[in-house]
Design a protein around this ligand. Structure first.
Ligand code: SF4
Length: 233
């Protein structure tokens, strides 16, 4: 499938801005049939998208980057979502051999390399077979995400990126969760606002940035999946 022209994407983004996520996803699924997938990391935005995709039976595959280091609660949520919606998530894993148990764990040795090997490389491999990927990015999450469009070109990975919740607030996400009784990670109720791998995620204290629990005490704030092309974050 040939890549869409910049003008087509801009027109689509303008036409879909402000539309409900189901409409954005349906338009994207129609434009990229059989070649569009949601990257689900089980945050509230992602489970809302799973709910929308599954209930409307949209032709959007769902995959998960399974680093092997997710919380037990996250693996349990994965199973619960599959059962609730009758869908199977594709597990995407690293090709690396098992870690040497005599060495310090990879997230201590070099978290950037650990994320690269377990998230960025497997994601790149998966996206190479797609024309478009769907993410739960919201504009008010971080300054890096403030200009996200509902559909845009992802120069980092070389395919279209669909952000159906770009304009949503956190309150809107949680209102959808409550309205449709969407399963969520029980760790959110324990102060884990943004949940990644267990060794690199801590609860967030009142008043802190929602993502401050990720890689706490390090410069790192992103796993490399949503960096802008050219190295800027
Ligand atoms: Fe490794 Fe931590 Fe990145 Fe997970 S979040 S891949 S454990 S460095």
């Amino acid at each position: 499938m040939s890549a869409p022209a910049r003008e087509e994407l801009a027109a689509l983004a303008a036409a879909l801005e402000g539309k409900p996520p189901a409409e954005i996803l349906a338009a994207a699924a129609a434009r990229f049939p059989g070649a569009i997938a949601l990257a689900c990391s089980f945050g509230p935005e992602d489970v809302v998208l799973v709910d929308v995709i599954a209930r409307a039976r949209l032709g959007v595959e769902i995959f998960t980057l399974d680093t092997g280091f997710l919380f037990p609660e996250t693996y349990a949520l994965w199973a619960r979502l599959e059962e609730r919606y009758g869908v199977k998530f594709r597990a995407v894993r690293t090709d690396l051999p098992a870690e040497d148990p005599t060495l310090p764990p990879p997230w201590q040795r070099d978290p950037d390399a650990c994320c690269d090997a377990r998230k960025v490389v497997p994601l790149r491999r998966t996206l190479a077979g797609l024309a478009a990927w769907v993410t739960g990015i919201r504009r008010d999450q971080t300054p890096d995400r403030a200009n996200a469009k509902v559909i845009e070109w992802d120069g980092r990975f070389g395919l279209v990126k669909v952000n159906p919740l770009a304009a949503w607030t956190s309150d809107a996400v949680w209102a959808h969760v409550r309205a449709h009784d969407v399963p969520t990670n029980p760790l959110h109720a324990q102060g884990y606002l943004s949940i990644g791998c267990a060794p690199c995620t801590t609860p967030v204290r009142p008043g802190e940035d929602p993502r401050s629990g990720r890689w706490r005490g390090r410069e790192k704030t992103e796993c490399g999946l949503h960096l802008k092309p050219g190295g800027g974050a």
